[in-house]
Each structure stands twice: as C-alpha cells, then as structure tokens.
Ligand binder design. Structure first.
Ligand code: GLN
Length: 196
C-alpha cells in the first residue's frame, strides 16, 4: 500500500490525513525525521510558513526533506507548504527548502481578501474545483520545467515540477479530493519507478 506522510509540526495536517485516506492511500502524521524512511510521498500543509520553518529547524528536518525529494519521492506543498518549497520568496532573503523552481509572494491576495473560495480549472486534474484560500500566497514566476496547473485572477495558484506539486489553497478542507488524488497518483508512479 502507498503511504503518504503529512508533516505534522504545525497547521492543517489532520485534514490532509482524511483527504489522503479518502483518495485510497494510507496516511501517517510525520513528527520525526526517521519517519521519512517509512513513507512514499510527503505533504507539507498550510499553516504559518515561518512557524513551520522554525519547527523544521528545531526537529532537524531541513536536509532530510530536501534529500527525500531529491531521491525522487513526491512532495506536495499547500499554502504555507508551497512557500516552504519555493526557491525564491518575494521581499525576503530567506528561502526554506528551496527545491521547486517557483517565486512566491506571501499573503498575496491582500487584507480585504484574507479568505475566500473560488472555482478553478486545474489542468489535467479537475474542472470546477472548489478551492479554499486562506491568507494565501501566489506564484509570481516559474522555471522552464515547471508546469502551471491553475490560475486565479490571472495569478498562478497551482504548479507541478517533476515530483513536486504546489498549490496556494487548501485542498484538504472540502470533500473535493481530486487534487489529493492526483498527488496520490504521482506517488504511486514514483514508487513504481523507484522500485525498478
Ligand atoms: N500566510 C501564511 C504564510 O505566509 C500561509 C497561510 C496558509 O497556509 N493558510 O505562511
């Protein structure tokens, strides 16, 4: 069975467990770096990216998560998780995992739109997807190998680059599990390829 870990340091991780299970894979909450050896893919949830980064450092996750991804294991960053994956953060010298070739802007939709829902077409994944945005970032620029999957108001809100998937919104907060199911599919493919 494919097992997906959800980084459980801070933020909306329990809802991701439910969404992974609804998508037909098993899910574990990851709180120690040793658990990375027991999973096939990792979800980094929404929350507060600076807080999650502080806890990543405290529990010595930075390099282990980077090498987990570099070995070809899929990683899905949602909202704060997207910020953690990015190689560039607008207005900041700080970069966290830096594994995905995207430039992000935090809290990008402005104060008057702190949280909202929108229906998105996610390329090759879902039409009319019910997306929940909470103090969401957007992607300002992508590298040449990064595929844009969805836009909202002209801004990029979902992207994929090889084994990395990222979205600005919270796919775990509704019963629309199609994006999580897409990630589960990526993990199953990677697991087969890595077993060869
Ligand atoms: N605004 C948060 C940050 O910058 C992200 C919000 C979220 O994950 N819902 O980390």
């Amino acid at each position: 069975m494919t097992t997906i870990g959800v980084l459980g340091l801070q933020g909306a991780f329990r809802e991701h467990v439910r969404s992974v299970e609804a998508s037909g894979a098993s899910a574990v909450v990851v709180k120690r770096k040793e658990q990375l050896d027991e999973i096939d893919g990792l979800i980094i949830p929404g929350g507060e990216s600076t807080t999650i980064r502080r806890l990543i450092d405290k529990y010595e996750f930075l390099e282990p998560i980077q090498s987990f991804g570099k070995q070809g294991n899929p990683i899905f960053g949602t909202c704060a998780g997207l910020i953690l994956l990015a190689s560039e953060i607008d207005g900041s010298y700080d970069v966290h995992l830096g594994v995905m070739d995207i430039k992000v802007r935090r809290n990008a939709f402005g104060r008057q739109r702190e949280s909202f829902e929108a229906h998105l077409d996610i390329d090759g994944v879902a039409d009319d997807f019910n997306a929940v945005f909470i103090r969401a970032p957007y992607i300002e620029g992508v590298g040449e190998n990064t595929k844009v999957l969805a836009r909202y108001d002209g801004h990029i809100v979902a992207a994929q680059e090889d084994q990395y998937l990222a979205c600005s919104f919270h796919p775990e907060l509704t019963d629309d599990h199609r994006l999580t199911a897409h990630f589960v599919g990526m993990v199953e493919e990677a697991k087969k390829a890595l077993a060869l």
